[in-house]
Design a binder for this molecule. Sequence first.
Ligand code: PNW
Length: 491
Amino acid sequence: LEMDNKMKIYYFPDDFAFGVSTAAYQIEGAWNEGGKGESIWDKYLHEHPKYTKDGSNADIATDSYHKYIEDIEMIKKLGVGYYRTSLSWPRILPDGTDNKINKEGVLYYRTLFKELIKANITPVVTLYHWDMPTIFVDLGGWSNPVSLDYFEDYARTSFRLFGDLVKYWLTVNEPHQHCVSSYGGSTIPGLKSPGVALYLCTHNILLAHARVYRIYHQEFRDEQKGKITLPLDCNWSMPKHNGRPEDQEAAERHLEMHVGMFAHPIYSKTGDYPELVRQRIDNASHEEGFPRSRLPYFTDEQIEALKGSSDFFSLNHYTTYLIRAPSIEDEFEIPSYDHDTGVKVEQDLSWSVPGVSWLSVYAPGLRKMIKWITKKYGNEIPIIVTENGVSDRGQIDDYDRVSYFNEYLYELLLAIHEDGSNVKGYFAWSLMDNFEWDDGYSQKFGLYKVDFNDPKRKRTPKLSAKIFHNIVCTRTVDFNFLKPSPEPQLL
Ligand code: PNW
């Protein structure tokens, strides 16, 4: 391996925040304990027990409903100051609606947050990480605008119940990923409407976010003094053939349809969907004979409510795609988001794929993604990486994850020191192995290994937990663990 001997040692600034992330359904278990109601993932996996890759569900998961004190010990050992997790909506409101608040659920989260704060760990809390109360899914979930009203009630209740302890709020985790998979048809609840419901979901989540942001700022912020944002999944896209203008355009188009769709209404000066997104979906809808665009329009008032509705940029990043313009042989479902986008998504075969198949490792993508965001939306808004990580198949000596973290964190250092980017924090996904959605427990993203055959769900630190701890303490990466991916052959 050739090492670049010109590599400079840089340090994370003193106020740079390190944390680790999880989400309620992926760790809590106790699916029907303590008065909790049912989420769509509970219901669907009980009705389709063979759905996940390993036939598992998250009835017990890492049992964090009972083992949160141990979790906090593990976070302490990593030396990080922040812990991101989510609230389970049906644990707080078992029927989904706030006419009935589950005291035991509230007590669980209040205790968790108090214990974290006692340990000098600041909680960062996602309101919605995909575990929707069943009742709303039966009504069409996010594709039905009625879900906005109920999400508003749930959010307000959460600010009221936890806002004295929680100062960082994330509204809806990765709306792009969520709408594409859950409303495009690739995952639970299996609503397969990749050309219509997918955009209703997009539109309604943006509106729900704006509403909840405004509520927090109007009703709670003066007293609670917290910050709130919308976490976006921002994987990088680069042209497969850099010399081909149509591939360059395709990569840019993919970024706009994926990141810009959500970031532009919030972070741009003009607001609303990006021009390109608006035109492509309007035109395709028209050509397909739809009476109106499949992507709804915002009112002027809604555009204003969305504009600036974020206190920091919450960025989830895992991988980089190679994008090419489609050729005549390529087929798309019509109507669909894929057809509207009009690109083919590939991976660079020379990059390593340590775990899950969609995740190939190319760390410079993180820095390039940040540059793209900064160029489009300016450098004022602080950026916090709220998820970044890679999966393994169960080994304790997880060298692939060790080099992954070192590589990606070095790119962050370059973003800060050489590009002057306003990056203020980094959260690793994930504290421990957990329920990885469709992949069940077969893909393991943890710094700590969890033994899912052990009723006690024993946790063991992997090598990466020790190395991550070193990074946090020394505030720099370890050059011994850098394993750069080859630059793509951009023919
Ligand atoms: C995120 N992709 O989901 C979620 O926020 C987590 O709950 C999840 O465990 C984690 O990433 C790892 O998968 C994603 O295909 C799922 O690019 C898929 C993709 C990205 C993010």
